[in-house]
Design a protein around this ligand. Structure first.
Ligand code: FAD
Length: 532
């Protein structure tokens, strides 16, 4: 039956593509698959519970007159500290401008100059002005609003909101569907969605840590699910901390965008000293991991860290950075006249489910896009604003790949009841998750060591033994992979810093590839050492 003849008044029988997650990667992939019927299962209403809606800086794309793909690739390689997959970075960078044009067509109101040309701004570690923004710091919100509106107008896309996917169903070599729990994961009923293609777009891992800028839904369920189904996970140890989360005790922590430092704001301690000048020649615009460790050191030493925007931005703050301004005012800080207290917070996961250039994972029938993946474009450290770019470029590639591999939709018996289970977990309130977040922040955080990581791996194993619930197992599996990757990598590189191996090592100049079985072997060896 030709695809165009599908008119999904009734969805019965056409769920052969299921997308897990309704952030930028998931929505963009669904739009690119249209008119092919697709079901999006999203843990929260789309537009909520997704990092995409919170992005402040924008999207990097080499589009200004002085810029070239070569320069953008070079900056990406430099930030990634020697282990970026250059071929993948080239795909991402060279397809960036076309994807920006797609977003414009979907109605994203990117900032323009008086002549109507796209306004491009600069961010840390970019050698050119190449960040496409919306009203200063509103890029994520505006992009998501435009895509949600496009999705709602596309009859081939069905969105099921509040469906928390708990399991990828594997039959032999293939992923053959997913099992989800409706009502924001609170229903006793589990629903089975058979699918010939599952696209995992479930976002990041921030909520595995005590301090993060990510929404609650970003707690690593996708990586855990994929690893439990047998997928290879790449570079899990590389977690990026944002140096300037606003330190006002909120969870998640609001962000003071890097663009503020790009516009000249200074980092100072309580004595007013610009400490980054002692650490790196680029000062506040040094790579994120270096700025994070600088801020972490000041906070640990009790001197505090503050972002002083009073001179660089001053009275323009409310117009230029309305989101940051609102967060500060709500906490009783006026950033026009006062420095903003800041702390490093988990912001982005460079590691994730290993994918190739078409977004295919190591298991047939499973594709992945966005932050849940490790495509190799970020290496050990993501260049600012490359993640939204990665999400749209590879989501589009996946759509092309699926359309080529599965040209016709196939009738499926969709939405079967998968039985009741009391296996519920309210993630936000779980004492086990609170303990896990503490362990991850204390031992798998900005600065790591062999002993601390061994402690973390043992604690994670204990938490896993004590908690049998499916969703918690997905979460704890991701934590185990991150801690194991960090334990095995006996060097410091990019977002991974070991106090016992402070230098980069030539024999570690490669990516990490781990299966769950590999991580479990390390945990078993460590538990034997503890017993001995
Ligand atoms: C505060 C902040 C600012 C940022 N600023 C920028 C920036 O300026 N530029 C840039 O390039 N990047 C930025 N990033 C990073 C970027 O926003 C993310 O990497 C990107 O949006 C990830 O998109 P995604 O679609 O992969 O995931 P998300 O947008 O996080 O979407 C994930 C989706 O999966 C759903 N989900 C999760 N688990 C499940 C499950 N088990 N079942 C069903 N659904 C599930 C979620 O509810 C959500 O719908 C920022 C991140 C944050 C937190």
């Amino acid at each position: 039956m030709p695809i165009d003849s599908f008119r999904p008044q009734s969805w019965n029988g056409i769920d052969d593509i299921v997308i897990v997650g309704g952030g930028l990667a998931g929505l963009f992939c669904a739009l690119k698959l249209a008119p092919r019927p697709v079901t999006i299962l999203a843990a929260a209403p789309i537009g909520q519970g997704a990092s995409s809606a919170w992005a402040q800086g924008g999207i990097a794309a080499a589009m200004s007159p002085g810029d070239t793909f070569e320069k953008h690739v070079a900056d990406t390689l430099e930030a990634g500290a020697g282990i970026v997959d250059e071929k993948m970075a080239r795909f991402m960078v060279s397809e960036g401008p076309a994807r920006i044009h797609d977003l414009l067509e979907y109605g994203v109101p990117f900032d323009r100059d008086l002549e109507g040309k796209l306004l491009l701004s600069r961010e840390a570690a970019h050698s050119e002005r190449r960040i496409v923004r919306v009203k200063g710091d509103m890029a994520g919100k505006a992009i998501m609003e435009a895509l949600i509106s496009a999705v709602r107008k596309t009859p081939s896309i069905r969105v099921l909101e509040g469906y928390v996917v708990e399991e990828l169903v594997r039959e032999g070599r293939f992923i053959s569907g997913v099992v989800a729990r409706p009502d924001a994961g609170q229903s006793k009923n589990r629903v089975h969605f058979p699918a010939r293609a599952v696209v995992l777009c479930s976002g990041g891992v921030g909520h595995l840590y005590a301090v993060t800028t990510n929404p609650w839904e970003a707690c690593g369920q996708g990586v855990g699910m994929a690893a439990r189904a047998g997928a290879i996970i790449a570079d899990p140890e590389f977690v990026q901390f944002h140096p300037t989360a606003i330190n006002i005790g909120r969870d998640p922590a609001p962000l003071a965008t890097e663009a503020l430092r790009g516009d000249g704001a200074h980092l100072v301690n309580a004595d007013g000293r610009r400490f980054m000048l002692d650490i790196h020649e680029d000062g506040e615009l040094a790579p994120r991991d270096i700025v994070s460790r600088g801020v972490f050191a000041e906070v640990q030493a009790g001197r505090g860290a503050f972002l002083d925007c009073t001179k660089a931005v001053g009275a323009h703050f409310p117009d230029m950075f309305p989101t940051v301004y609102a967060s500060c005012i709500a906490a009783g800080i006026d950033p026009i006249t006062q420095p903003i207290p800041v702390v490093p917070a988990v912001h982005y996961h460079m590691g994730g489910v290993l994918t190739d250039a078409e977004g295919r994972t190591s298991i047939d029938g499973l594709w992945a896009a966005g932050e849940v993946t490790s495509t190799g474009v970020h290496g050990a450290n993501r260049l600012a604003s490359n993640s939204l770019l990665e999400a749209v470029v590879f989501a589009a590639r996946i759509a092309e790949n699926i359309k080529g591999m599965l040209p016709e939709p196939k009738i499926n018996d969709w939405g079967k009841n998968a039985g009741e289970s009391d296996d519920l977990v309210t993630i936000e309130d779980s004492p086990a998750l609170k303990r896990l977040r503490r362990v991850m922040s204390d031992h798998v955080g900005v600065i790591r060591s062999r002993d601390g990581l061994a402690t973390a791996i043992r604690e994670i194993a204990a938490l896993e033994r004590e908690n049998s619930r499916m969703r918690f197992h997905n979460i704890v599996t991701t934590a185990k992979l991150i801690a194991t990757g960090a334990y095995l990598r006996e060097e410091s590189r990019g977002g991974h810093f070991r106090s016992d191996f402070t230098e980069q090592k030539a024999d570690w100049k490669h990516r990490t590839f781990l299966t769950l079985a590999d991580a479990e072997k390390v945990a078993a060896d460590l538990s034997e050492t503890a017993v001995a």
